[in-house]
Write a protein that binds this ligand. Structure first.
Ligand SMILES: NC(=O)c1ccc[n+]([C@@H]2O[C@H](COP(=O)([O-])OP(=O)(O)OC[C@H]3O[C@@H](n4cnc5c(N)ncnc54)[C@H](O)[C@@H]3O)[C@@H](O)[C@H]2O)c1
Length: 248
């Protein structure tokens, strides 16, 4: 059984990915800053008869916490073969109102977090001669997004790291890809809608989306499942958009 780590797996897209990888036969480490939600999701997966363990209270922007959690995962579930860097925070601010603190925190979670997680698991993957890394970026980094310069910069950085790492790790049997979701119905999106930050309702946006519906977390999980499979071994360094046709 392969060990898969999903960060930010306590909610939304990460939760769906954790469920899906467990259904695919992985032992899933449900890692999240929020201990309650990590425990809840690991419990849900266990109730379905699949394998998961919760690693809550882990802040991906803290290298010490990441290293300690991944050592615990290695000890309890086995060496990681799959890593999905999904944990992230969003943010809306006019460019001139982005404080140093907000800029730094956004970059720390959305970009340094995946950097720390990759550095922690790559030695295991190199040793096994096999590995799958999927970074959840954002469709906003493909076209830019007003009032989100900090968020978009962090996600564009993640796309760049994905491409470079794919070139470096390909010879070791490790693929590295990124899925930039677009408009997926999760607590993060609902929260943005409630605060009037979407420039319309989710339903209004769905009407302007070619497939005429918002994305579902399961849409991202399905693509992620494929990228983590053996069959996807010739796909690396790619930006695999899952966005209902909003970006082509
Ligand atoms: N929902 C969308 O439409 C959308 C669009 C583009 C990109 N994304 C990206 O997809 C990913 C998941 O988003 P979502 O919509 O499911 O969000 P969400 O807010 O529902 O879930 C995010 C999870 O990450 C966890 N998290 C936050 N900071 C953390 C940290 N420092 N360390 C560990 N865990 C942390 C949260 O506790 C939460 O469980 C994010 O990276 C987000 O930027 C989402």
């Amino acid at each position: 059984m392969k060990t898969a780590i999903v960060t930010g797996a306590g909610s939304g897209i990460g939760r769906a990915i954790a469920h899906r990888l467990a259904e695919d036969g992985c032992a899933v480490a449900v890692l999240d800053l929020n201990s309650d939600s990590a425990g809840r999701v690991a419990g849900e997966i266990g109730e379905k008869g699949n394998t998961a363990a919760a690693f809550g209270g882990v802040d991906v922007s803290d290298r010490g916490q990441v290293d300690a959690a991944i050592q615990q995962i290695r000890d309890t579930l086995g060496p990681p073969a799959v890593l999905v860097n999904n944990a992230g925070i969003t943010g809306f601010k006019k460019f001139l109102n982005i404080s140093d603190e907000v800029w730094d925190r956004t970059l720390a979670i959305n970009l340094s977090g995946p950097f720390y997680c990759c550095q922690a698991v790559v030695p295991d993957m190199v040793e096994a001669g096999w590995g799958r890394i999927v970074n959840i970026s954002s469709s906003s980094a493909q076209g830019g997004q007003q009032f989100m310069a900090h968020y978009v910069a962090s996600k564009a950085g993640l796309i760049g790291m994905t491409k470079s790492l794919a070139l470096e790790l390909g010879p070791s049997g490790i693929t590295v890809n990124t899925i930039p979701p677009g408009f997926v119905d999760t607590p993060m999106l609902r929260n943005s809608e409630e605060h009037g930050l979407l420039g319309g309702t989710i339903e209004q946006h769905a009407d302007r989306t070619p497939v005429r519906r918002p994305g579902r977390p399961e849409d991202i999980a399905a693509a992620c499942s494929f990228l983590c499979s053996d069959e996807a071994g010739y796909i690396t360094g790619q930006i695999v958009g899952v966005n209902g046709g909003r970006n082509t």
